[in-house]
Design a protein around this ligand. Structure first.
Ligand code: C2G
Length: 369
């Protein structure tokens, strides 16, 4: 089972943090206190947010994130020449590339960390199947005005960015976002925001053809629907000899299995073992059958070539390549790091047990008899 909360959440546990568990969706939040009588000025916060997002020097990759203003803010931009009266949050959308693993977190957590360093307080986050979908921050320097960052993923649905939350599933046409334009916020020449283009199409997409007519409540979004699109499965791959299957092997496979939705195991062929100078007691079919018999792996195959890792990563769509930490930093695994977005994970080896040890104690036993 894939755990719904990722290994690294951004909002750390604390006495104020509330958790909500809706199955595939997990929400964590701290109550936000805003004083609506305090003359809220969202453009001040928009200026601060846009400045942080636009400055590529803030980011490890040296590139500003792929961001644009959300529909609420865009409606104000195009229709009101500023924020809609009473709108007190800044809607920002971030485009991330989905590679089936936690790599997208790097951008999201970099943005959140940056905002925190500049006087924003994170008060909410939402994960969908362990992927970050929303982080909300309050601007402590400007009356706690909220910046709502929603993450949209490319790579799940052709031609769209996808966002999932507890109520809606949004497919945003890529053409609107990819053609976005950097524009000045009305009345504030120093505030540069990215606006999907053409902005009219963006607003029709969200609010329908009548978007110019102010309405008390936004109409139900025609594209909002129950989540029908399952995210691609998280696939975990591991290789090993697995001679004289023992509890060290079992623990490795159980932990690998727990990291994703499906586990694929490559069992090293007799021929490759011979090349590596290993002499297993069981042949490749016996070793593979022992793993099949566990029922923990979705696929077990015999690895016949030393350099087939890229091919396997590609054909199974692997997110995590897992192996015991006796292989830590070994070039045999390191050389595929990042290939098609794969992450390499070294799991701690179970102490005091190995195939070699079993072979040796058995041989000693037999010699004594
Ligand atoms: N393992 C473990 N704890 C042990 C023994 C083994 O966690 N006490 C793990 C190993 O780290 C490996 C897997 O179980 O990830 C299979 O172990 P071996 O059969 O010894 O496989 P090995 O020959 O290390 O195979 O090219 C690399 C090889 O394919 C890895």
């Amino acid at each position: 089972m894939f755990s719904n909360l990722p290994a690294r959440v951004m909002l750390p546990d604390g006495p104020d943090v509330e958790h909500f568990d809706y199955g595939r969706v997990q929400i964590r939040r701290i109550r936000r206190r805003v004083d609506p009588m305090n003359g809220l000025t969202p453009e001040v916060t928009l200026r601060r947010a846009a400045t942080l997002l636009n400055d590529r020097h803030h980011y490890a990759s040296g590139a500003a994130p792929n961001w644009w203003i959300g529909v609420g803010t865009a409606l104000g931009f195009a229709r009101e020449g500023g924020f809609i009266a009473g709108d007190t949050d800044v809607d920002i959308r971030i485009g991330l590339d989905y590679a089936g693993n936690e790599a997208a977190f790097d951008t999201a957590s970099e943005i959140v960390a940056l905002f925190k360093r500049h006087g924003f307080r994170q008060y909410r986050e939402l994960y969908w199947d362990g992927r970050i979908m929303q982080t909300a921050l309050a601007d402590t320097i400007n009356n706690d005005v909220a910046v709502d960052l929603n993450y949209f993923y490319a790579g799940i649905s052709d031609g769209h960015y996808v966002h999932l939350n507890d109520q809606t599933f949004r497919k945003k046409p890529r053409r609107l976002v990819d053609g976005k334009q950097a524009m000045r916020w009305p009345g504030h020449d120093d505030v540069i925001v990215n606006v999907p283009h053409p902005v009219e199409d963006y607003l029709v997409w969200r609010f329908g053809a009548d978007w110019r007519v102010p309405q008390a409540k936004a109409p139900v979004f025609p594209g909002d629907q129950p989540c029908l699109l399952p995210l691609p499965k998280v696939t975990v791959l591991t290789y090993g000899t697995f001679d004289l299957f023992h509890h060290g092997h079992l623990r490795l496979l159980e932990r690998a299995h727990a990291m994703g939705d499906q586990l694929i195991v490559g069992v090293v062929s007799d021929e490759l073992c011979a090349i590596k100078g290993k002499k297993p007691c069981q042949d490749e079919n016996e070793r593979a059958d022992a793993i099949r018999g566990l029922g923990i792996a979705d696929e077990v195959f015999v690895q016949r070539e030393l350099d087939q890792k890229e091919r396997d990563i590609e054909r199974f769509g692997v997110s995590y390549l897992v192996v015991g930490d006796d292989w830590k930093d070994h070039p045999r695994f390191e050389h595929v790091r990042g290939y098609k977005g794969v992450e390499i994970v070294y799991l701690p080896r179970t102490p005091d047990i190995s195939s070699t040890q079993i072979r040796e104690t058995t041989a000693a036993h037999e010699a004594a008899e």
